[in-house]
Design a protein around this ligand. Structure first.
Ligand code: AMP
Ligand code: MG
Length: 492
C-alpha cells in the first residue's frame, strides 16, 4: 500500500470521519466563514478524550481508538471544508471589527442521538485570516483549564460546551501570562453552536439585513425549533434568548463561577456558556473578584456578570433590529431581572437543601443571611456549602447550635453574630416548616447540589504542576474522573 492509500484506509475506518456531518452552517453560503487549512504539527499525543460524550454521537467508546482521535482531531486528515467563522464583538465595551476565529475553525456539525445539532470547533489549530498578530495556537495549560471548567460546570448542571479532545502538538509557545516557552495543544470543543452575539454584530456593521435574517432563520430552525411556526417567532426568539442567558448567568453566580471575559464574541446565541480562558471559581464570596489579570477596571468581576450579560443582550438589539421590532426586544429584555432573580434564588435555596416551597419571607431572609455571612468572612464559598451537605443531620432541626458544629467554619466562626443569625434562620426553617420526611429530601438535595470537589485555582495548579514538572497526568485524570462522577443525575 502507498502512503496515500494507507492514509485513505485509516480515514475510511475512523469513526469520526464516517460520522454523518450536516453542512448546516456551510449551506448558508460563504458570507459567514472562510475556508482554512489546519496547521501541521511536529507531534501528536492524545492527552484527553472525553468518552462521556461519545454515546451522544452514537459511538461506542470501546470502538474508538486513541489513533482515531489523533487522526481526526490532531492531524485533521480527511475532512474538508474547515471553516473559520467570521464575527466581530464588543470587547471590554469597545467595538472590535477585527475579530473572527483566529486560532480555530468549525470542524463539522453532527446531529446527536438526542436530536440536537452539535458543533465540533477547534482551538489552537493554526492561523487563519483572523489571527492578526497571534500565532493561532493554544497553550497546553489553556486546554487543560478549559476541560476542567466545562466538566465542572456540566457536573453542576450548568449549560456549557464540553471538550471532546486535547492533543498535545509539540510546539513551544511564548505567552506573557505563563512561564514561557510553554507547550502547545489543539482542543476540540463540542457545543450547541459557535454562532455568537458578535456574529450578528458583524452583519449589522456591514449593513446586511438580508444576511442577518438568513442567519436568524437558521438559528431559530436549529436551536429554537419549537418557535418555527410561531406567528411572532422573532420576538419569541429574543425573549427566549433573554431567558436562557438570564438562567445561565444565574447558574454561574450560584456555582461561584466567574467567566472572566464576557465580551459579546464569547456569548453564544444558544444561551450556552463556552470559551473558558482566564475563568475562575471564586475562592470566597468577594463580589469584586476578577478572573482576568488584564481586566484592570474589574469590568467582568463576579458580581457584575448579570448586569454585563443584560447589557450584551441590549447591545445585540442593535444588530437584530433589522429583523425584530425594537419594542418587542425591549419587552423581552424587561424580563431579564425577574428571570435572573427567580433562577438565582431557586438555585441558592437548592444549595441550602430546599426544593419545596418555603414561606417567601423566610426563604428571602435565609438567602440574605447566607450572603451576609459569606461576604463578611473570607470563608471558602465552596466549602461552606460542601460542609453543609456533608454534615447535615436531623439534630440541626432540634438545635441551632448543632449546625456546622463539626466543621472548621463552625468551629472558628460559630460564635460570630453573622453565623449565629444565619444558623438561627436555618434552624427556624428546619423546625417550623420542614417535616421529618422532608429532612431526607433536604439531605439528598444538599449532596446533589454541592459536590465535594472544587476546581478553585489552587486545585487546578495542583494538577497542572505534575504535568508541567514531570509530565505526570495522573492527578489531572483523577480529578476529571472525580468531577464527572460527582454529577448528580437526580432531578429535583
Ligand atoms: P478569546 O479571548 O480567546 O475569546 O479570543 C479573542 C479573539 O482573539 C478571537 O478572535 C480569537 O480567535 C483571537 N485569538 C486569541 N488568541 C489567539 C492566538 N493565539 N492566535 C490567534 N488569534 C487569537
Ligand atoms: Mg473567544
Amino acid at each position: 500500500m502507498t502512503l496515500a492509500e494507507t492514509s485513505k484506509d485509516t480515514c475510511s475506518k475512523n469513526p469520526f470521519l464516517t460520522l454523518k456531518y450536516e453542512p448546516a452552517l456551510e449551506s448558508l453560503g460563504d458570507d459567514y466563514y472562510d475556508e482554512v487549512v489546519a496547521a501541521k504539527f511536529p507531534l501528536h499525543i492524545l492527552r484527553w478524550r472525553n468518552d462521556a460524550l461519545l454515546p451522544r454521537l452514537g459511538l461506542n467508546p470501546q470502538a474508538v481508538t486513541d489513533e482515531d482521535f489523533i487522526v481526526a482531531f490532531g492531524k485533521f486528515e480527511g475532512r474538508i471544508p474547515l471553516l473559520a467563522l467570521r464575527y466581530h464583538g464588543y470587547q471590554f465595551g469597545e467595538y472590535n471589527p477585527l475579530l473572527g476565529d483566529g486560532r480555530g475553525f468549525l470542524y463539522g456539525q453532527v446531529r446527536g442521538r438526542d436530536g440536537n445539532l452539535y458543533d465540533f470547533g477547534t482551538k489552537g489549530s493554526g492561523k487563519t485570516p483572523y489571527s492578526r498578530g497571534g500565532d493561532g495556537m493554544l497553550t497546553l495549560k489553556g486546554g487543560v483549564r478549559e476541560i476542567l471548567a466545562a466538566e465542572m460546570l456540566n457536573a453542576m448542571g450548568v449549560r456549557t460546551s464540553r471538550c471532546l479532545s486535547v492533543v498535545e502538538t509539540g510546539l513551544s509557545l511564548w505567552r506573557g501570562d505563563e512561564p514561557s516557552p510553554t507547550r502547545s495543544c489543539v482542543m476540540v470543543r463540542m457545543s450547541r453552536s459557535h454562532i455568537r452575539f458578535g456574529t450578528f454584530e458583524r452583519l449589522h456593521y456591514f449593513q446586511r439585513p438580508d444576511l442577518t435574517k438568513k442567519l436568524l432563520d437558521h438559528v431559530i430552525e436549529q436551536y429554537y425549533s419549537h418557535l418555527v411556526d410561531e406567528a411572532e417567532k422573532y420576538a419569541c426568539f429574543y425573549a427566549e434568548l433573554v431567558k436562557r442567558i438570564a438562567e445561565l448567568v444565574a447558574q454561574w453566580m450560584a456555582t461561584g463561577f466567574c467567566h472572566g471575559v464576557l465580551n459579546t464574541d464569547n456569548m453564544s446565541i444558544t444561551g450556552e456558556g463556552f470559551d473558558y480562558g482566564p475563568y475562575a471559581f471564586i475562592p470566597n464570596y468577594d463580589p469584586y473578584f476578577t478572573a482576568a489579570y488584564f481586566d484592570y477596571y474589574k469590568r467582568y468581576c463576579y458580581i457584575n456578570q448579570p448586569q454585563i450579560c443584560k447589557e450584551n443582550l441590549e447591545l445585540l438589539q442593535q444588530a437584530l433590529k433589522a429583523v425584530i421590532s425594537p419594542a418587542d426586544m425591549e419587552a423581552g429584555l424587561r424580563m431579564f431581572d425577574e428571570c435572573y432573580l427567580a433562577e438565582y434564588q431557586r438555585l441558592m435555596w437548592k444549595k441550602l437543601g430546599f426544593v419545596q416551597q418555603l414561606p417567601p419571607r423566610e426563604a428571602e431572609e435565609l438567602l440574605k443571611a447566607t450572603i451576609a455571612f459569606l461576604k463578611h468572612y473570607p470563608v471558602s464559598y465552596h466549602h461552606f456549602f460542601a460542609d453543609i451537605a456533608q454534615g447535615f443531620s436531623r439534630k440541626w432541626q432540634e438545635d441551632a447550635s448543632e449546625i456546622l458544629r463539626e466543621s472548621e467554619i463552625g468551629k472558628s466562626l460559630g460564635k460570630s453574630e453573622l453565623f449565629q443569625h444565619w444558623s438561627g434562620v436555618y434552624h427556624r426553617i428546619l423546625s417550623n416548616f420542614t417535616s421529618g420526611e422532608e429532612l431526607e429530601t433536604i439531605a439528598q438535595t444538599l449532596l446533589c447540589s454541592n459536590p465535594k470537589i472544587t476546581i478553585v485555582r489552587p486545585v487546578i495548579e495542583s494538577v497542572w504542576e505534575p504535568i508541567a514538572q514531570e509530565d505526570n497526568w495522573q492527578p489531572f485524570y483523577d480529578l476529571v474522573k472525580q468531577i464527572q462522577s460527582s454529577a448528580c443525575t437526580k432531578q429535583f
